[in-house]
Design a protein around this ligand. Structure first.
Ligand code: 5RP
Length: 232
């Protein structure tokens, strides 16, 4: 299974949807990194709003034109990756810990395009991925307890140094395994109601198009019907 090739196929397809002069939000992760490389290859003249320091660094180093939400509050497009996508185009995001900013940038975009390999498509959210929850360091143990009361198995994310992982916003991430999430919209709200929670990685009704990389190239999914047909 050459998922690197699948990612490249889907990244090139996404980059081709970007027109010069568009203002485009960029998410984070390895697939978005390939989108950035494809945009550079196409000599894109669009303006990009990065949603993480890693994306900002890569896009800047490769010479893309960058801006911020303060300057460009309305975006034509957002391109981002995901950890799981369900048939209703709801998602779990945040394995990179950048979901808070990604949700804000997606909210500012007219259209959201998600780039994934087919390994990310699930029948029901929670099948594989935990829900990342960004929390204030001050509220660490309190939020962990409250997230367990919601039926999840919370675990504080650790960094490579052995200390807690720190987000671009200076916070911790608690990864909460739910195994199956029948009502993602309700859970998104419940998690965000816990004091100390900044934002969680459930993205509900924000996606317009899912581009899926697979062994035969890529597929463009615009509806539940197309998603289920592809999954068959
Ligand atoms: C980061 C994210 C990423 O978009 C998500 O984890 C997918 O990453 P990758 O393309 O590397 O699989 O949500 O916060």
């Amino acid at each position: 299974m050459d998922t690197e090739m699948w990612k490249r196929a889907v990244a090139e397809a996404a980059a081709k949807l970007v027109r010069d002069k568009m203002v485009v939000g960029l998410g984070s992760g390895t697939t978005v990194a390939k989108v950035i490389q494809a945009l550079v290859k196409l000599k894109s003249e669009a303006i990009f709003v990065p949603s993480s320091s890693a994306t900002q660094r890569l896009a800047n180093d490769l010479g893309l034109k960058l801006s911020s939400l303060d300057v460009h509050g309305k975006l034509d497009l957002m391109i981002d990756g995901a950890d799981e996508v369900d048939p209703n185009f709801n998602m779990i995001k945040g394995r990179g810990g950048a979901h808070t900013r990604e949700k804000i940038v997606a909210g500012a975009a007219k259209r959201v395009i998600i780039v994934v390999t087919k390994t990310k498509l699930v029948k029901r959210l929670g099948e594989r991925a935990p829900v990342p929850v960004e929390v204030l360091p001050f509220a660490r143990e309190y939020t962990i307890r409250r997230l367990a009361e919601l039926g999840g198995e919370p675990r504080l994310r650790m960094g490579i140094s052995g200390a807690p992982f720190i987000t671009d916003n200076g916070n911790y991430v608690v990864d909460v395994k739910f195994h199956s999430i029948p009502q993602p919209s309700e859970l998104e709200q419940e998690i965000n109601c816990v004091p100390g929670v900044i934002e969680n990685g459930l993205f509900i009704r924000v996606v317009d198009i899912v581009l899926v990389g697979h062994e035969g190239g890529h597929a463009k999914l615009r509806s539940k019907r197309e998603f289920l047909k592809f999954m068959r």
